[in-house]
Design a protein around this ligand. Structure first.
Ligand code: GZL
Length: 328
């Protein structure tokens, strides 16, 4: 019996030491939004639960800080690198250095534009064009439901960070639908950099420049929530005078929808931790995960508590049941 206990103890120590020998490094954009914070927390929690060493760098939304962080990870000879680029371009040199250091790279959330020319072990990210389409399709359907399809409605757009594929993709998806929806007319579109403060400031400028704004499409909910403050300050009723549709679906957006100050949000889950750890374990076991970009998001939530549709286009269960489950 004693020998068995000793054996078990040694085994635990070996596994413990082995897991502590693995170092995962994450070059993250920053803390610009609720989504980003939830994404960071999800990855950190899942990795630390495995007993792996974790090295995290917050680039404060600056590309030069991410380049520095990646080079530091190489010099520390970490075992795996997780990477979310603040913008799509400008990564050729440093990602080639990561490849030359033969450190497995996992691309998260936003994809570098040179991803076809580099080695990476796995890629998980949003289908941003589809998210943009969903924002515009929901708006078109809602306007029809209000019986306002014959009215020319002025649309303003708060764009995400200039040069980020999340912003470019959503804008392309929105415009793909709006080009065939003549009564929804875009009168202004400007970046609010995915932050609440900048969303508020840009919406204030839109309100000063345009007497009639009927719809706000915001590439993320943080900018929508900032814009709501400007809309109220201008003496207008958010969610009524101006239809407001965001993206990300954090709890703060659900609260605004329940309060009637926002009309819908398109889901784009930030909860990457579980599937990143699953991918790391499979890579550690020697599996080749291929180069497919995996899209994790699912649904669209609206004020009627309905999940309007999921990625496969099927109607899904009521959002109200999901609101309580919001994890971020
Ligand atoms: C989307 C992500 C975006 C979120 C924003 O996957 O890249 O960045 O929509 C975040 O909230 O800033």
């Amino acid at each position: 019996m004693k020998r068995l206990l000793t054996l078990a103890l040694v085994l635990c120590m070996v596994v413990g030491v082995a897991s502590a020998e693995v170092t995962i490094a994450f070059s993250q954009i920053g803390q610009e939004s609720d989504w980003r914070t939830a994404n960071t927390d999800s990855v950190k929690k899942a990795i630390e639960a495995e007993g792996w060493n974790y090295v995290y760098d917050d680039a404060q939304q600056k590309q030069e800080n991410q380049v520095k962080a990646l080079r530091n990870f190489i010099s520390q000879n970490v075992d795996y690198i997780l990477f979310t680029g603040v913008v799509s371009t400008g990564w050729d040199e440093v990602l080639k250095e990561v490849n030359e250091a033969e450190i497995p790279l996992i691309l998260l959330d936003r994809m570098p534009d040179n991803m076809d020319d580099i080695e990476y072990a796995a890629a998980f990210g949003g289908d941003f064009v589809e998210e943009g389409r969903r924002m515009a399709i929901w708006t078109k359907n809602y306007v029809e439901k209000l019986g306002r399809s014959d009215e020319e409605l002025n649309v303003v757009i708060l764009e995400g960070t200039t040069g980020a594929d999340a912003a470019t993709g959503r804008q392309n998806g929105i415009m793909e639908i709006l080009k065939d929806t003549p009564n929804l007319k875009v009168i202004a579109s400007q970046t609010g950099n995915f932050t609440r403060a900048e969303g508020q400031a840009v919406m204030e400028s839109f309100l000063k420049a345009h007497d009639k704004i009927d719809v706000l499409l915001a590439h993320n909910d943080d900018m929508a929530l900032g814009a709501i403050e400007s809309i109220k300050a201008a003496g207008k009723v958010p969610g009524k005078d101006i239809i407001i549709v965001g993206c990300d679906s954090p709890k703060t957006a659900f609260d605004a929808i329940i309060a009637g100050e926002m009309n819908a949000t398109i889901e784009c889950t930030p909860l990457y931790g579980p599937f990143v750890v699953d991918a790391l374990k499979r890579l550690m076991a020697g599996e080749d995960l291929g180069r497919e970009l995996i899209h994790p998001e699912e649904s669209c939530f609206d004020a009627e508590g309905g999940i309007v549709f999921t990625l496969d286009g099927k109607l899904s269960e009521k959002a109200a049941d999901k609101i309580g489950e919001r994890q971020y």
